[in-house]
Ligand binder design. Structure first.
Ligand code: HEM
Length: 404
């Protein structure tokens, strides 16, 4: 176990060298020695499951990020984006936008998406069979969510190529440490994305899509008898939706395969009993989830693990840390594709809980069910390359070889 002394110096802005490869021993030491750990700048880091749940459910915990992002992002396109999207707002804007989006992400809508995802996954697997060796991230994992979200917003296929790069650049603006290059790339991505959306929205106003399934048409029309979103609000909900559903789901699929490759007995168990695919996806999310941090600001005093915090405290929730808490999960370091119960917080909790969790689950289920059914042997074909960020956890490269 990492010592209490080492934990005292832990900061998200300068993590220890071994943290990016494997943050879980650090999370374990934080849970044990300092579950409400002080961060530079006056905030704290929560690592226990019970505290994470309490904060997610605390109605006095604000998601509004204007105070926090002002000094970091200044008056920039990135600031406008991250402070306008629903995830970083409180009611009333949050409630209004969430209701509009949720209407297009219900089980009926998801069931309608499935056929398309199956066709796409099978085509990607055909290409993989032909090549035998691929970068699993670029040539499989990332292809699925971009299609799903592109369809949700009905973005023409010819316009989809830059979407993934924009998404990565914009979300990188949320990392605890931001380099000038990350800041510039993020701002450029927001500006270019807004330019595309202006054209798409003008077109959709002239020719509205299906209100049941087209999120962009829903966002334009607003709630029945309700207030409409402003043009700027509209842009940033669309950008957020693409970002929220894109890199996260790519990393669910990439991290998931990495876990199966590193736990061959669990891979064999899943192959022998394909009905385990749903619980396997939940375990991938718990064990090494795509989002590791969420943030809130207290607007009233609150107490976590016996420590009282004043109003105004910025609080970071360690999602990966909570998901490995032995007080909640039996043998948390065991990767168990049949784990039950598995009440992980990979999708957050409470009012802001992931609006697309069932879309992501559907993509994951189809991807793994068909991948494993198609190839009896899948192996690593080179050194994987991690995407070395703290908030988002995944791979840039995962070279694999498949045998038909
Ligand atoms: C495995 C994939 C995914 C993971 C791990 C994930 C994770 C999360 C988390 C942790 C939050 C909560 C943020 C907070 O409380 O501050 C969130 C919010 C959100 N997610 Fe996801 N997400 C995933 C996929 C998706 C997909 C596919 C979509 C859309 C189709 C989506 C749309 C959203 C939206 C709209 C919110 C904001 C909800 C709100 O503020 O009310 N996500 N997601």
């Amino acid at each position: 176990m990492i010592s209490a002394d080492a934990v005292r110096d832990f900061q998200l802005t300068r993590v220890p060298p071994d943290f990016l490869d494997d943050p879980y021993p650090w999370y374990a030491a934080l849970r044990e020695h300092d579950p409400v750990h002080a961060l530079e700048g006056g905030g704290v880091f929560l690592s226990r499951y019970e505290d994470a749940i309490a904060l997610y459910r605390d109605p006095q915990a604000s998601s509004d990020k204007k105070l926090e992002f002002g000094p970091k992002l200044g008056d920039s396109p990135l600031f406008e984006h991250h402070t306008t999207s629903l995830v970083f707002n409180d009611p009333p804007l949050h409630t209004r936008v969430r209701r509009i989006i949720m209407g297009a992400l219900n089980q009926r809508a998801i069931a309608r998406m499935e056929g398309d995802v199956i066709r796409l996954v099978d085509a990607l697997l055909d290409a993989m069979a032909e090549k035998r060796g691929v970068n699993f991230i670029d040539e499989f994992a990332a292809q699925i969510p971009v299609e799903v979200i592109g369809n949700l917003l009905d973005i023409p296929h010819a316009e989809r190529a830059p979407l993934r790069g924009w998404s990565v650049a914009i979300l990188s603006g949320l990392e605890p440490t931001l380099t000038p290059a990350m800041f510039d790339n993020g701002n450029r991505a927001v500006t270019e994305f807004v330019a595309l959306l202006k054209v798409l929205i003008a077109d959709r106003r002239r020719r509205p899509g299906d209100l049941e399934s087209d999120v962009l048409t829903r966002l334009i029309q607003g709630e029945k008898d309700g207030e409409k979103l402003s043009e700027t609000e509209l842009y940033h909900q669309c950008i957020f939706l693409l970002n929220a559903g894109h890199e996260t789901t790519t990393n669910l699929i990439g991290n998931g395969l990495w876990l199966l490759l590193n736990h061959p007995a669990e891979m064999a168990r899943l192959r022998a009993d394909p009905a385990l695919v749903a619980s396997a996806i939940e375990e991938m999310l718990r064990y090494d989830g795509p989002i590791q941090l969420n943030n809130r600001r207290l607007t009233a005093p609150a107490t976590f693990s016996g420590k009282s915090l004043p109003a105004g405290t910025p609080v970071t929730i360690g999602i990966g840390a909570a998901n490995h808490d032995p007080a909640q999960f039996a043998a948390p370091e065991r990767f168990d594709v049949g784990r039950k119960p598995n009440r992980h917080v990979a999708f957050g909790q409470g009012d802001h809980a992931c609006a697309g969790m069932n879309v992501a689950r559907m993509e994951g289920r189809i991807a793994f069910a068909r991948l494993l059914a198609r190839f009896p042997a899948i192996e690593l074909a080179g050194a994987p390359e991690r995407d070395r960020r703290i908030r988002f956890r995944g791979f840039r490269k995962l070279p694999i070889r498949v045998a038909p």
